[in-house]
Ligand binder design. Structure first.
Ligand code: ADP
Length: 198
């Protein structure tokens, strides 16, 4: 099963992706985590991405598309994966469609976590306070405002993109974590299949 979790920063994509990974053996592919690892390791990609990420802008498409193209070729992705933070604009979505078509496959579903902007700042402040080793470079008010703006301008159009293709499923991302998980399992027709999914 190949899924996308779609939603603004702080919507809970990472939390829910981890739960799906644990329950169903799908691999969580978070471009944000991969880019942060690259920054930490000081790779070429990391050097290009660091300042862009810190101010809340998008890293160039060719970088993230390249990262995902390589990653989904790895053997652990055979059983399926959850894309978290990718695609983030229409160009990335088109690149993904092409990538999958080239492999004779396609997405099963795009799950949209629906949340209001007003609650996001509070959630991200909470996360910044809890992060081991200090807050992320982009978990501050200024970068968050930028990330939300970028989300509405560039990522939100993907809702219509995937609706048109008949794969969009919406869940209420303002409910508590367990309830959101149940809703996701519901829209995907999972629940009875824990651990058995391929
Ligand atoms: P959040 O969802 O909380 O905004 P992420 O961890 O998904 O955070 O992403 C953090 C940053 O990493 C983004 O603001 C952006 O700079 C970069 N990034 C992650 N994924 C992508 C992507 N698909 N395209 C471009 N930049 C990305």
């Amino acid at each position: 099963m190949k899924l996308i979790l779609l939603g603004p920063p702080g919507a809970g994509k990472g939390t829910q992706a981890q739960r799906l990974q644990e329950s169903y053996g799908l691999v969580q592919l978070s471009t944000g985590d991969m880019l942060r690892a690259a920054v930490k390791a000081g790779t070429e990609v990391g050097k290009k991405a660091e300042a862009i990420m810190a101010r809340g802008d998008l890293v160039p498409d060719e970088i993230v598309v390249g990262i995902i193209a390589d990653r989904i070729e790895q053997p652990d992705c055979k059983a399926g994966y959850i894309l978290d933070g990718f695609p983030r604009n229409v160009a990335q979505a088109e690149a993904l469609d092409k990538m999958l078509a080239g492999k004779g496959t396609k997405l099963d579903a795009v799950v949209q976590l629906e949340v209001n902007d007003e609650i996001l700042l509070g959630r991200i402040e909470g996360r910044a306070a809890q992060t081991e080793g200090g807050p992320r470079a982009d978990d501050n008010a200024e970068a968050l405002a930028k990330r939300l703006r970028v989300y509405h301008e560039q990522t939100a159009p993907l809702v219509a993109y995937y609706k048109q293709r008949g794969v969009l499923r919406g869940v209420d991302g303002m409910r508590d974590i367990d309830e959101v998980t149940r809703q996701i399992e519901g829209v995907l027709g999972l629940g009875e299949k824990k651990g058995k999914l391929a």
